[in-house]
Write a protein that binds this ligand. Structure first.
Ligand code: ZN
Length: 302
């Protein structure tokens, strides 16, 4: 299995355009600290890739990843489509940047996420005149993604994006935990397994099982500890209340990941997270637990 990290930051990126916090200021002063919106490319066949979550930086991220460059034909692109873990703006605005697609854009999403994008963002109405969106339903049963990969989704939470708070549910549908999912990727030919979960509001038993079975997990590293958003002044809500389990602390994800057999990488770092500073002491603590922070543009082969 071949994975290409396209970005590792939470909403706003690092630096965020209107933020002078130490993390953003540090990234302005030291360009190697910059991080683009969290996204991952998954190779599903020779010269065919899906992008997991399409952030506003998507086309710049494609330019920074030679495997995703077009060719040899004038408009041949290896980017087949997009898989979505949720409907948040920082994971979906990049779909609009694919409007030049010649034959449409395949979008894998759970029913609530599709509903939010079509009826909240009105993405179908806006993009339809440029290129069709070809919807694929993402669910708990494994489905083939290209030739090489099987994809399934593990429901995590009913947390809706803010723009969809008041959106009436589609007729006959109920609200459910698939507003945000963890993605499970399996390559049957090699047995390789990966988990990608950039927004973890909860840690169900099924996720623990998937993480223990995986060769690599890339998980929500938005906040170091639960109080970080309040302490740094960006929000009156704790990390958990914002839909992100913190890394550190009694309910943190670090202790759940310590000792598992696969490689564990944190992604989706908020600009307030001390881990955005490569010299922060928190890195030493993670390293001691056998955990890592995902690097921009890193390639992971399983
Ligand atoms: Zn900042």
């Amino acid at each position: 299995m071949l994975l290409q990290v396209l970005g590792t930051a939470a909403g706003g990126g690092l630096p965020q355009w209107n933020c002078a916090c130490p993390g953003c200021a540090g990234a302005r002063a030291h360009p190697h600290r910059r991080r683009r919106h969290a996204s991952l490319a998954v190779r599903v066949a020779d010269h065919r890739w899906y992008v997991v979550n399409a952030g506003p930086d998507l086309t710049d991220q494609i330019e920074a990843a030679p495997a995703l460059h077009p060719g040899p034909g004038l408009r041949d692109t290896p980017v087949v489509g997009v898989v979505l873990t949720d409907a948040e703006l920082d994971h979906t605005l990049g779909i609009a940047r694919l409007r030049e697609a010649r034959t449409g854009v395949e979008v894998w999403a759970t029913p609530p996420v599709r509903h939010a994008l079509l009826n909240g963002l009105r993405l179908g109405d806006v993009l339809g005149p440029y290129t069709p969106l070809e919807w694929r339903e993402l669910g708990p049963d494994p489905q083939p993604l290209g030739d090489a990969i099987e994809l399934s989704a593990l429901p995590i939470s009913a947390k809706r994006p803010r723009y969809a708070h008041e959106l009436p549910p589609p007729p006959g549908a109920r609200d459910d935990l698939s507003w945000a999912v963890a993605l499970l990727l399996h390559e049957p030919s090699t047995g390789a397994r990966a988990v990608y979960a950039p927004a973890l509001a909860a840690w169900p038993d099924a996720l623990q099982k998937a993480v223990e079975d995986a060769d690599c997990v890339l998980v929500d590293g938005t906040f170091w500890d639960d109080d970080e958003p309040v302490r740094t002044g960006i929000s009156p809500r704790t990390a958990t209340a914002m839909g992100h389990l913190p890394i550190d602390g009694p309910d943190g994800t670090a202790h759940r990941l310590t000792g598992i057999r696969g490689r564990c990488l944190y992604t989706h770092l908020n600009n307030t997270n001390p881990l955005t500073d490569p010299d922060a002491a928190e890195h030493t603590r993670l390293t001691a637990l056998g955990l890592e922070v995902a690097a921009e543009r890193m390639v992971i082969e399983l």
